[in-house]
Design a protein around this ligand. Sequence first.
Ligand code: ACM
Length: 644
Amino acid sequence: MKKIFFLSLCLLIFSSITHSQQARRNPNWKPSIIPEPYSMQIGKGYLKLPYYLNIISPSNKEVRQIADQLASTLQNMANAVKVKEGTTPGNKTILLSLVNDPSIKPNGYRLQITATGISIKANEPAGIFYGVQTLLQLFPDEVEELRERKSPIEWEIPILTIEDHPRFGWRGLMLDVSRHFFTVKEVKAFIDQMVKYKFNLLHLHLTDDQGWRIEIKSLPKLTEVGAWRVERTGTFGNFPKPQPGEKASYGGFYTHDDIRDLVRYAGERFVNILPEIDVPGHSLAALAAYPELSCTPGDYYVSPGDRFMIWPGGGQHFYGTLDNTICPANEKAYEYLDKIFTEVASLFPFGYIHMGGDETARNFWEKSEQIKALMQKENLKDLDEVQSYFVRRVEKIINSKGKKMIGWDEILQGGLAPNAAVMSWRGMKGGIEAATQGHEVVMSPTDFSYFDYMQGDASIEPPVYASLRLKKVFRFEPVPAGVNASLIKGGQANLWTEQVTNTRHLQYMIWPRAFAMAEALWTAKEKRDSSETGWNYFVKKVEDHFDRFDNAKVKYARSLYDPIVQVSKKDSSTYFLNLSTEVSGLSIHYSFDNSFPDQYYPKYQNALLIPNEAANLKMITYRDNETVGRLMTIPVADLKKRAK
Ligand code: ACM
């Protein structure tokens, strides 16, 4: 009795409504769901959930698992959440039901919140899972910080009905775990984050010049040697190569058990893992382990980020100063690849295996007697056909393991393998060509989906050779005009990690751009195009989710608040500065005298004449007297170089 009295007293003291619940009392408040659902009818008022909350789940194992995950998310020291098996709701319960309702589309769900309770209905467990992700976004922001909360929360959930389903079945994010290694725990955290936004595919780029990250028991040196490199800190790409006697201390790899653990974890969250073994190029780590796989005898090392590939630009083909390719003319290569794909196929239940196929430097092949002999024997007229010969043989191996092959769009060169799917990265044209030939396509063009690119001005972002702003990602349309839409399986964003050494920076590069990618892949196109649910509406939602990320202690980029800088040149001493922002309603304040601008400094209005004597431009953005952007400094000499 005493205990109950004490508990009641605690509830009375601590149950005041939270800051974010207070904000929701504003009559203009609207829920911010990312990705935007297919339809949402907002009712009046709130459902107040009891401290002791019951989730009712059918006996279906997968749904029960979803119910347990939801309970664990909502659980804290004070809110007691129980999962009960059943099919009928109680008072103010969360009822999950599997139904047979043709009005709910594949992988879709119906979420109803009334004054008496919450119901999520779907035809399959995945739909229930997506409904739960939406429901969690309807909880106040504090749902993200529960593990630390000492007091109970009286959750208020807006009364509404949502009918929802995905536009595409392939909603992917690619993580390059070769250039920098991310542990199983870190990859799980990545999965936790992606599923909140209804991504369902994790593409792991497991091998590259800088590290081989998956144990292959029949070829142990791939990880004994290939998973480790000498350690370097600074700007990747400019590092010195390994010095004689230097210890290879940076790296790591996933054991078979690790992979099984990841696959299980992902599967419980309705995520498929697509493994990529990138061949024949990008294979220096494999050659460090087994140099006999090269056409060019030599000593190979796992690259620490040294510049052994040369990109001359100006339309000239790239080339290697080291041969980082598996030799298509070497029968042993196919024996090794058979072993590799046997183990990969047995570990990953997903129906596709990615064989890379991108950016094969072929300058060493030109000189190779082995390649010349292969060309003669197989009647191959050029190196495109040599590459295609390799890709076709790899496809045969992958198909023989019961899997479909997918590769980067270079696999179109010299003729596409008969059953291959294409991941289009050099723009959309490879995807269009593949679809025209009747092949399946996943769109991930650099200009909309390369999340290793900078998301704001080069003067303030960690340097990368190209940029991709949030608004551009929001405009991504995976289905090009005139293409058979049924062959476009969906799309994905790719995070290459040359310059991403840790998970905080990984988060910074992914968010908020993955919000926009989630909308491009889940939400109906018309919604993104409409003035009501288009860009400005999206930005408001992004900002609400920033609050949630703050609670969850997940990093994100605020680059969307920073000015977009353009410079035009009238003559050799007359340069004009044009500033704008992605987000409307911001003011940009600037200085040319090296002092720090604040909101009382001149406000940018129209194109500005750049003072010739000035050394630096400094800028910062404000909204309603609060800084939202970061202080940016650009030397005037750099501005002039940017002039069009
Ligand atoms: C790629 O970005 N090389 C696929």
